[in-house]
Ligand binder design. Structure first.
Ligand code: KIV
Ligand code: ZN
Length: 516
């Protein structure tokens, strides 16, 4: 039987709209790793950045354009000639390159942001889309704030963009204001009223301010759109963008009511989520659909009973379909070595006997302090074990005096190239004292760009996972440390970042020993 499903194009903007969200900045290496995974996962278009925004963005888009094997690589540009030229230059080496240019169309944006008349904006659309078309075959035009734009004027803008050569028309819900019914109706109206509408693919782009981004995106498909713009884990401006994994799994799971196909290998969704969460330093909420820690965890007795009898009693999709080996069952202090081993296997982790012994001891230690040990705790233990195995600088011990009296004082012992060093340092708070102690033992020229703490799981006994980003010259590295004690986790993260820098030959000026 012929496949009657319509193909929906997945346009991922994790590296552009996603990276725009506060604190989510990624290094070039992190962006390259994310782009490679997106390409391998079957994303059709990777929006790799906003080339005019900075040299870093330009470099990232150009490098992703050079390396990407399958997907189209897009660069964003405002409706300004210099932006469009820069985006064209950045995607020049792509096997398939796209310029994505946008301009505001709503009355409120025209009056207060653009200070232009409707006719002036139509002229801008005609000129800038034509300029982009001179540079590349594949041009996307977006009507920023489309959902708050007068429909007659929106139709005029879309008509102009298609006439000037746009091949994709994106109608974003920039401020996350639309309802699904309105959003679907807008696509139907524009596609019916604009002559030559069938010459372009229509695209949805939804923000989640009212929690409707995914619902709106799917409603847009019903209205005739065939491209969805989305981000991994839904990261993005303010409340974020529509989440790629939710859209893809909704389409797959409810194929009975949504006759569409995406080219996504859904078994890579969990990996993509973890990679983006780590690269962007953006934790995924526990109850996040598809990729949250609890998405496939069944704690209540009735649910566990049902699951053991027949998994479809409480599961509408299998964990394997999103790349999770098995439903997550929580471990505790009574779990033995065999259960621990099988949990590691389930998580796709293989360790040597020595590593296994070490991680198991750490697990037992943690389970003594914590009621439930989750998959994430185990992954953090293993990450920590593997990340520190070849470190030149290791934390031996740390004690900190903190509290209202002050001064906060850290006493730390480290091992560096087989020698031990001890230092005592004060600070403006305990974390500052810890970092000052490290600085005194391993003097170095770096800037602390980020210090972030999040709990690996819930509860006051949860492990703290600290992320530290250090910049040395042009290079930034991010490293993590996990421990139930936040200060120990902070020290581990900072030392791990120094180890990463030293591994890439950035010169650290050590007082006691040379770390080069
Ligand atoms: O939300 C938005 O309108 C955008 C455009 C640049 C497409 O991100
Ligand atoms: Zn957006």
């Amino acid at each position: 039987m012929a496949n009657t499903k319509d193909r929906v194009v997945i346009f991922d903007t994790t590296l552009r709209d996603g990276e725009q969200c506060p604190g989510a900045t990624m290094t070039l290496d992190e962006k390259l790793a994310v782009a490679e995974l997106l390409d391998g996962m079957g994303v059709d278009i990777i929006e790799a950045g906003f080339p005019i925004a900075s040299n870093g963005d330009f470099e990232a888009v150009s490098e992703i354009a050079r390396r990407t094997k399958r997907a189209t690589v897009a660069g964003l540009a405002r409706a300004i000639p210099a932006d469009i030229a820069r985006a064209g230059e950045a995607v020049r080496h792509a096997q398939r390159g796209r310029i994505h240019t946008f301009v505001s169309t709503s009355a409120i944006h025209l009056a207060h942001q653009m200070r232009k008349t409707q006719d002036e904006v139509i002229e801008i659309i005609l000129k800038t889309v034509a300029q982009a078309r001179d540079l590349v075959e594949d041009v996307e035009w977006s009507a920023m704030d489309a959902t708050r734009t007068d429909i007659d004027y929106l139709c005029r803008c879309v008509e102009a963009a298609i006439r000037a050569g746009a091949t994709t028309i994106n109608l974003p819900d920039t401020v996350g204001y639309a309802t699904p019914q309105e959003y679907g109706a807008m696509f139907r109206a524009v596609r019916e009223r604009v002559p030559d509408a069938d010459k372009a693919i229509f695209s949805v782009h939804c923000h989640d301010d009212l929690g409707l981004a995914v619902a709106n995106s799917l409603a847009g498909l019903e209205g005739g759109a065939r491209q969805i713009e989305c981000t991994v884990n839904g990261i993005g401006e303010r409340a974020g963008n529509a989440a790629l994994e939710e859209i893809v799994m909704a389409i797959r799971t409810r194929a009975d009511v949504m006759p569409y196909d995406t080219g996504i290998d859904t078994t890579m969704l969990t990996r993509a989520s973890k990679l983006v969460s780590h690269a962007a330093n953006f934790p995924v909420q526990y109850n996040k659909a598809i990729v949250g820690r609890n998405a496939f965890a069944h704690e209540s007795g009735i649910h566990q009973d049902g699951m053991l009898k027949h998994s479809e009693t409480y599961e509408i999709m299998t964990p394997a379909s999103v790349g999770l080996a098995k439903t997550s069952l929580v471990m505790g202090k009574h779990s033995g070595r065999a259960a621990f081993k099988s949990k590691l296997a389930e998580l796709g982790i293989s360790l040597s006997d020595n590593q296994m012994q070490d991680v198991f001891e750490r697990f037992k230690d943690l389970a003594d302090r914590k009621k439930h040990v989750y998959d994430e705790d185990i992954e953090a233990l293993v990450d920590q074990n593997l990340a520190t195995a070849h470190d030149r600088i290791k934390l031996v011990s740390l004690s900190v005096i903190a509290g209202t009296r002050g001064p906060q004082r850290a006493t730390m012992k480290i091992e560096m190239d087989g020698r031990t060093f001890t230092e005592e340092a004060d600070g403006n708070g305990p974390v500052d004292a810890v970092f000052n102690a490290i600085h005194a033992m391993v003097p170095h020229d770096t800037v602390l760009e980020l210090y972030q703490v999040h709990a690996v799981t819930e509860g006051t006994d949860a492990q703290a996972e600290v992320s530290v980003r250090l910049k040395a010259g042009e290079r930034s590295v991010t490293a993590r440390g996990a421990d139930p004690d936040t200060l120990v986790a902070s020290a581990k993260a900072y030392l791990s970042a120094l180890n990463k820098l030293s591994a890439v030959s950035v010169r650290l000026h050590a007082q006691h020993a040379a770390v080069v």
